[in-house]
Design a protein around this ligand. Structure first.
Ligand code: SF4
Length: 97
């Protein structure tokens, strides 16, 4: 178990869940592709994440304190400010993007 105080971060951002699956925009897809998280068929591929976890992740979003809008958890996951995910929260460095 990670201790939240051990990681340097400015924000602890709650991860929220929507009922419906959220679409990833083209921009986000490009970022994910560059990070190797999307395969040739456009399917999301996260190391160590089961299909069930991925399905759940697609419903998750955060109210980003830096961009000041709701964004997809997966987009947050590849953000340079993303540090870790601990107990339903994102530890965010909070630097300007
Ligand atoms: S890691 Fe990036 S996207 Fe996620 S909350 Fe922080 S600034 Fe926003």
């Amino acid at each position: 178990m990670l201790d939240m105080d051990e990681l340097e971060h400015r924000f602890e951002v709650d991860i929220k869940v929507r009922e419906e699956k959220q679409r990833l925009t083209g921009d986000v897809k490009q970022v994910l592709k560059a990070a190797g998280l999307i395969d040739e068929k456009g399917k999301l591929k996260l190391k160590g994440a089961s299909p069930k976890m991925l399905k759940k992740m697609k419903q998750e979003f955060v109210d980003c304190p830096v961009i000041k809008t709701d964004i997809h958890f997966i987009q947050c996951f590849v953000c340079p400010n993303f540090q870790s995910r601990v107990m339903g929260k994102v530890l965010c460095k909070g630097s300007e993007l």
